[in-house]
Design a protein around this ligand. Structure first.
Ligand code: SF4
Length: 87
């Protein structure tokens, strides 16, 4: 099957950038959320239960039925499941 519109397919460079910025424990690939937003602005980023200096993604927890073991920095570019924190 061919794809007629090349704009529908991310470039190799764009995919490589997404993979390079994605952190284990994210709910989806980095940079797939609203432009310019970060995990730190997302309501799903939570302090880790036993390591208060680290963060985990609650959306990842809901999908995988377990918490990620790795820290998710607040500065990480958001994913497509981004949901802005309510103040
Ligand atoms: S943007 Fe939100 S849902 Fe996506 S990985 Fe970051 S904290 Fe999780």
């Amino acid at each position: 099957m061919s794809i007629d519109n090349p704009k529908m397919v991310p470039s190799h460079d764009a995919l490589a950038r997404q993979l390079a910025l994605t952190v284990p424990g994210m709910a989806h690939f980095a940079t797939t959320g609203p432009k310019g937003t970060t995990c730190g602005e997302c309501e799903f980023l939570q302090p880790a239960l036993n390591k208060k200096t680290e963060n985990r993604c609650q959306r990842y927890f809901w999908m995988m039925r377990e918490w990620s073991r790795t820290h998710l920095p607040a500065s990480t570019p958001s994913c497509k499941h981004f949901s802005e924190k309510q103040t």
